[in-house]
Design a protein around this ligand. Structure first.
Ligand code: G3D
Ligand code: MG
Length: 177
C-alpha cells in the first residue's frame, strides 16, 4: 500500500476572524453562519494534491479565546506549518498576529508560517501593507481569503501544505493512510 504523509498544520489567530469557517469551507465546501464558537480545538483531515505528491493535512483549528492558552500550547507540538489568520475588517486582529507568532515560535522553534487576511468579501479596513510587511519580516507567504465566497481558500491550504511538506525528509512523518 502506498503511504501518504500526514502533515499536521495549525490555524491560529484571534477569535471570530474566521478560522473555523476557512477549515469548513476547505474540507466540507460549505459556509455556515451562527455556529457555536470553537471550544478547545477542532480537528479535520483533508487529502491535498500537490504537484508531484499527495499529502494528507491534519488541520488543527485553535480556539482563539485567551482562557485556553494553556491548552493551546500542547496543540502546537508536532505541527509543520501554521496559518496566522486575521480579519481584514478588524485592526486588533492584525495587531495580535505578532502575539500569536511569538506564542507559537516559542513552543515550536523553526515553525513555518503563512499570513492570511480573511473576510475580503466585506471590504478592507486594515492596511494590506502592514500585513504584508509583517509577513515579509517572518518570511511567510501572504494571502487573502473569503470563507464566505471561497476566494483564495484552496490556495491558502495548498500553500500551507507545500510549506509543511518541505519538512518531509523525516520518516517519522510518514504514516500509513
Ligand atoms: P473563528 O473560528 O476564528 O472564531 P468563525 O471564526 O469561523 O467562527 O467565524 C466568526 C464569524 O465570522 C462567523 O459569523 C462567520 O460566519 C463569519 N465569517 C467567517 N469567515 C467569513 C468571511 O470570509 N466573510 C464573512 N463575511 N464572514 C465570515 P457568525 O455571525 O456566524 O458568528
Ligand atoms: Mg473557531
Amino acid at each position: 500500500m502506498e503511504k501518504i504523509a500526514v502533515l499536521k498544520v495549525v490555524i491560529a489567530g484571534d477569535g471570530n476572524v474566521g478560522k473555523t469557517s476557512l477549515v469548513r469551507r476547505y474540507c466540507e465546501g460549505k459556509f455556515e453562519t451562527s455556529r457555536v464558537a470553537t471550544i478547545g480545538v477542532d480537528f479535520q483531515t483533508k487529502v491535498v494534491e500537490l504537484p508531484g505528491r499527495t499529502v494528507k493535512l491534519s488541520i488543527w483549528d485553535m480556539a482563539g479565546q485567551d482562557r485556553f492558552a494553556v491548552v493551546r500550547s500542547g496543540f502546537y507540538r508536532g505541527s509543520l506549518g501554521t496559518a496566522l489568520v486575521y480579519d481584514v475588517t478588524d485592526p486588533a486582529s492584525l495587531e495580535n498576529l505578532e502575539k500569536w507568532y511569538e506564542e507559537i515560535i516559542g513552543i515550536t522553534p523553526g515553525q513555518r508560517f503563512i499570513i492570511v487576511g480573511n473576510k475580503i468579501d466585506l471590504g478592507r479596513v486594515t492596511q494590506a501593507e502592514v500585513a504584508s510587511a509583517f509577513a515579509a519580516r517572518i518570511a511567510a507567504p501572504y494571502l487573502e481569503t473569503s470563507a464566505l465566497t471561497g476566494d483564495g481558500v484552496s490556495e491558502m491550504f495548498k500553500t500551507l501544505a507545500t510549506l509543511a511538506s518541505s519538512h518531509l525528509s523525516f520518516p517519522q512523518n510518514e504514516k500509513p493512510d
